[in-house]
Each structure stands twice: as C-alpha cells, then as structure tokens.
Design a protein around this ligand. Structure first.
Ligand SMILES: Nc1ncnc2c1ncn2[C@@H]1O[C@H](COP(=O)(O)OP(=O)(O)OP(=O)(O)O)[C@@H](O)[C@H]1O
Length: 325
C-alpha cells in the first residue's frame, strides 16, 4: 500500500530526508520511530502530497505522489502533527464541512460522518464547539476527519503527542481498532507506543533508515527481570541453568545480613522469542521451589530500547563518517 524508494528532501542546506526506502503492506500497522528532527514529519508530508520530494519516489495504493497527487489524497487519511481545526465550528458541522471538501458523495455523507463519529467515540460531543473540547477530544476530531472518506491508508503524525495518560491509552486502543480495517503508518518517538500498537517498526535517524524490522523479531532474545529475596550466588546458579536461558546479568544485590539473605536482581536473556514466556513461568516456579521469595518478575524493556539507541547512534556515526569523507 505504501512504497517509498530513495526518497530525499532538502530544505536549503538542511538534509531532512536522505535516500529513505521502505514499504508498508495492506493491513499492516507500521511505526515510524525516531528522535526529534529525524525526518518523520517530512516523510509523512511527502507521502500525503503536502510537500514535494527533492528526489526519489513514493507510491500510495499504486498512485505516485508526484504524478497523481489527487488520487493519493483520496486514498489517504492524514492526521498532521498539529491538527488544523476550525475552533468556532461544532464537531458535526466541522465534519460535514470537511466531508464536502473531500468530495464524499452527498448520498454517503451522513453515514460517513456518523461512522467517523462512532469510530472515534465522539457521540457525546458531536454538538459541541470544537474550540472548547479537551486536547484528547480535539485529537479524536482530527482522527474522525481522517476517516471521513473511508481511506485505505491512514497516516498519523504523533497521534498521542500532548495527551494525558488516559487519553493516550484511549487513542492507542482506537488506532489498534482502526488497524483492523486500514493500513496505518504512524510516527512517534515513544518506544512503548510502537510495542503496543505496531506490527513493525521503521527507525529513522538523521533522515536515514536505521532499522526496519518486525516487532516479533525485535522481541526475539528478549529478557526477563527477576528480583528475589535469597542468596545471590545460589539464585544466580538456578537462573542461569534454567532451560531457555541464553545469558544472565546482575542488576543489583543488597541488604544481606545475619539471618537475611538479602535481595538480588538479575536480567535473564531468553534464547529465542518463544522461550521468553516459558522462561518467565519456569523462573517463577524454580524460585518458589527453592523456598525464596519472588519479589518481581517482568519482561525487560531494555532489549528494544537498546536496539533503538544503538540504531540511532550508529546512524549518527555513519552520518559523521559520511561528512568526513
Ligand atoms: N520548513 C522547513 N525548513 C527548514 N528546515 C526544516 C523545515 N521543516 C523541517 N526542517 C528540518 O528538517 C529536519 C527534519 O524535520 P522533521 O520535522 O521532519 O523531523 P521529525 O522527525 O518529524 O521531528 P519531531 O519528532 O521533532 O517532530 C529537522 O532538522 C528540521 O529542523
């Protein structure tokens, strides 16, 4: 549904996007992840035909952004980083206005607006003035707008930016729901967001692709963090000999005293993706069987974070080497 080939964009001397290539298949939810200024918004503006690339190609649902920009716009619903709304309009009135602009046929317009309102949970505020809504609800109005023409593709630029934790959860849930019917490319710089919502992540750093991988693969080799009240050496021995364990790292040991073995914490890396869930349960059983108190047992986030930091750092190094050359 989205094919991007060697896309570049310069703003004067600023190379915002440099030879970016990736693709998104029908029904995928892909996260475009990167630090501030990485080139995410610029890429999305090119894909939605709001900006022309300096070079390279992009096709959405088979239409080229340069040759057929109107056809692209008909296939794409776009939620820009800052949602342009008319604050003095009421929600339904705004969506009616937008549906006319988007050429939604008159006979379909009412149903399209009702569907968009229902999908985004705006029923209770449909009669309210947009400018008086909370930021979370304004974001939903932006999403409803993006859905009006029932587009095949949704492009969402930082859809949860500036929302409170409850609103963030609601919008993420909504995106997952939308992912059942639409192909979605969303940008964010929040790692857990990608983990929760997306099936694949494309990391962009300094305008270049630093990583393009499925979440499943990224999670392979994931680790379990375990905290136990028990003798550190014995605990370590039991953890590292657990079937499925691929390596162990000490996180902390504290408080051993007379009569108290103290508390120790380890990160146990799973040998493969399947192993991590089994390993978690096995560790719980083994700790308890040894008569130790299990204080904490989590999936470690560090593996994905490490991959992100490494990918971004490597991209910066390559960039500097490129400049030096
Ligand atoms: N209109 C513009 N004129 C000049 N430079 C620009 C313009 N728009 C963006 N840039 C620069 O291009 C680079 C990429 O910006 P872009 O907004 O695409 O990044 P981003 O990944 O979306 O960042 P953020 O997460 O902060 O929104 C940055 O260095 C930015 O300063």
């Amino acid at each position: 549904m989205i094919e991007v080939e060697h896309l570049s964009k310069r703003y004067g001397a600023v190379r915002a996007v440099e030879g970016v290539s990736f693709s998104v298949g029908r029904g995928e939810i892909v996260g475009l992840l990167g630090p501030n200024g990485a080139g995410k918004s610029t890429t999305m503006k090119i894909l939605t035909t709001y900006l022309m690339p300096t070079s390279g190609r992009a096709r959405l649902a088979g239409h080229d952004v340069l040759d057929e920009p109107l056809a692209v716009r008909r296939k794409v619903g776009y939620l820009p980083e800052s949602v342009p709304l008319y604050p003095e309009m009421r929600v339904r009135e705004f969506l009616r206005f937008r549906s006319r602009l988007k050429d939604v046929p008159g006979s379909r317009r009412r149903a399209a607006i009702d569907d968009a309102i229902q999908m985004t949970g705006l029923e209770d505020v449909a009669h309210r003035v947009v400018g008086n809504l909370s930021k979370g609800y304004k974001q939903r109005v932006g999403l409803a707008d993006a859905l009006l023409s029932d587009p095949d593709i949704l492009i969402l630029d930082e859809p949860t930016a500036g929302l409170d934790p409850i609103q963030i959860g609601e919008v993420r849930e909504l995106i997952r729901e939308l992912g059942k019917r639409h192909t979605i490319l969303l940008s964010t710089h929040i790692l857990p967001e990608v983990e929760i919502v997306c099936g694949r992540v494309v990391i962009i750093a300094r305008g270049r692709i630093a990583l393009d991988e499925s979440l499943e693969k990224l999670k392979a080799g994931q680790a379990v963090e375990v905290e136990v009240r028990g003798p550190s050496d014995a605990v370590r021995g039991v953890l590292e000999t657990s079937p499925g364990a691929g390596g162990i790292r000490k996180l902390a040991v504290e408080g051993a005293a007379a009569g108290d073995p103290g508390v120790c914490a380890f990160e146990v890396r799973a040998r493969d993706e399947q192993a991590v869930e089994e390993l978690r349960e096995l560790i719980a059983r083994r700790v308890v069987q040894n008569g130790w108190a299990l204080r904490r047992l989590d999936l470690s986030r560090s593996s994905l974070e490490e991959r992100f930091v490494r990918a971004v750092r490597d991209a910066v190094v390559v960039d500097h080497e490129g400049e030096a050359a």
